[in-house]
Design a protein around this ligand. Structure first.
Ligand SMILES: [Zn+2]
Length: 353
């Protein structure tokens, strides 16, 4: 038993220390025997929790909570539930168990890992998340967004029971819309396998989506080499900001195209054709609203230059915030440089450069 708690600690520390799974101490874990639930206390962090930190609760008392009728008034109900949860602790326990304790106890499996990974929450917070989760993870339960606390646990209880009736198996995978995911299994190895399977699945969709959209853009533009860039700075970058210096215009062009992945292909082609007509060149940087940017080059060398110079533009604009805010080149100067560029190019082509 002691050994199982060490395994729980090891699993908690490992996932807690992995930022692709856990941010800022969120998430919780548990281990259970027939009689006792060991769950993370609220306010403790998964990354640093020790075996002796888990709050011990009597499972029979937690189960008995489902037989009770709680107040219809939300506030009263949640405080009644909390009081019963505190009363379910083994003698001598002083810590407060996780607010998601009831959910942990619902799973018959011995180990439970509950996290809110950004990759998984892309799906649980996506408009088509529910349909995609059914396709990618048919052996899972999906719970629509609802109020946290007792109501959430009650809905999960109903759906886990329904899954068991339908399949004859206990669900080990529960997605909570606009919240996160629960993994449940009898061993840590099985939790690891399940978590990796889910992460591979959602990351695969993200990767394919980026790749498919990038290939479509390349096709529209007739520019073969591309790379997708994203960072918080790029995602929040304002594409209407003009270039910071003449060099940026030379390598990345003065204007960046802005597109939306949600529009039909037809409209995307029209948008990019209109850009080329208005500017007289194909965009080298295509900003995808809220996501990031694709940079383009006719060959790898040009792509590398465009990438470096665009990232520099993003950095310069962000740094300028500390110097009173970004002041790009004036429209007049941009126009002058663009025309001067065109002129010098013509001169070069005609052999007068
Ligand atoms: Zn949660």
């Amino acid at each position: 038993m002691e050994k199982q708690l060490i395994l729980l600690q090891e699993m908690s520390n490992r996932y807690g220390g992995d930022s692709s799974y856990v941010l800022a101490g969120g998430g919780n874990t548990s281990y259970k025997t027939t009689d006792t639930l060991y769950v993370k206390g609220s306010g403790t962090s998964l990354a640093t929790i020790r075996a002796e930190d888990f709050v011990r609760l009597e499972r029979k008392k937690l189960d008995a909570m489902w037989e009770k009728t709680y107040s219809a008034d939300e506030k009263t109900r949640e405080s009644e539930v909390l009081a019963d949860m505190m009363a379910a602790r083994l003698e001598g326990e002083t810590r407060r168990p996780s607010v998601e304790t009831l959910l942990h106890n619902l799973f018959p499996q011995r180990f439970v890992l509950h996290v809110h990974p950004a990759a998984v929450n892309g799906m649980t917070c996506g408009r088509e998340g529910k349909a995609l989760s059914a396709r990618l993870f048919p052996e899972s339960v999906w719970v629509d967004a609802c109020k946290p606390g007792y109501i959430l646990a009650e809905i999960c209880r109903g759906q886990l029971a329904e899954y068991k009736t339908r399949t004859g198996k206990d669900a080990g995978l529960l997605f909570l819309q606009n919240h996160g995911v629960f993994f449940a299994a009898d061993s840590v190895e099985e939790i690891d396998r399940l978590a990796a399977f889910v992460m591979d699945g959602v990351n695969g969709v993200i990767r394919e989506g980026k790749e498919r959209f990038g290939a479509l853009l390349s096709d529209c533009l007739g520019t073969p080499c591309r790379e997708f860039l994203n960072s918080p700075e790029i995602a929040s970058f304002d594409p209407t900001l003009r270039s910071p210096t003449p060099d940026h215009i030379v390598y990345c062009k003065a204007n960046y195209a802005v597109v939306d992945t949600a529009v039909p292909e037809e409209q995307l082609r029209l948008t990019l054709a209109a850009f080329e007509r208005e500017n007289g060149y194909k965009p080298r940087v295509v900003i995808v609203k809220g996501q990031g940017a694709y940079v383009f080059g006719t060959d790898e060398k040009q792509l590398d230059t465009v990438k470096k110079v665009f990232l520099d533009h993003v950095r310069v604009a962000a740094n300028a915030a500390f110097f009173g805010g970004y002041l790009p080149l004036s429209e007049e100067l941009v126009d002058f440089i663009v025309n001067w560029e065109v002129e010098s190019y013509r001169a070069k082509v005609s052999g007068n450069g």
